[in-house]
Design a protein. Structure first.
Length: 136
């Protein structure tokens, strides 16, 4: 009996100790983070996949660009093309090649003549390779 009572005593001593340790762990996990955490952390908004954005955006740019070039004295708005990665720009120019009439291509050439040096470095090779040379 004495052995049992000692083991029971040791069990009783262990239980409160374990409970207090687990209670402390729970309390720490429940505690809200310090206010510094809220001020120093940037809110993370999940970004949509690039493919989900690229297709509608590229379609809108294509339509707008082709409409602008098909007008009398039409010009291309290079600001719409600035943020496109090169592979999207190549795909856009390939699609433009099928949509533009000779008037639109003429206006594109006039717009290319008015490009800045930076724009020429970025766009001239793509327009010539994928749009103008295949039309010749």
């Amino acid at each position: 009996e004495e052995t049992r009572s000692e083991s029971e005593d040791s069990d009783e001593k262990d239980e409160p100790m374990n409970n207090s340790e687990s209670q402390t762990r729970l309390d720490q996990s429940v505690l809200p983070p310090s206010t510094q955490f809220y001020f120093t952390q940037a809110e993370r908004i999940p970004e949509p996949t690039r493919a989900a954005i690229a297709l509608p955006q590229r379609w809108d740019i294509l339509e707008c660009t082709c409409e602008n070039l098909e007008r009398n004295n039409g010009k291309i708005d290079f600001t719409q093309l600035e943020n496109l990665p090169e592979e999207d720009l190549v795909a856009l120019v390939n699609e433009m090649a099928g949509k533009l009439s000779s008037k639109g291509i003429y206006n594109l050439c006039q717009s290319m003549n008015d490009m800045t040096i930076e724009q020429r470095l970025k766009y001239l090779n793509i327009f010539c390779t994928h749009l103008l040379l295949p039309k010749v």
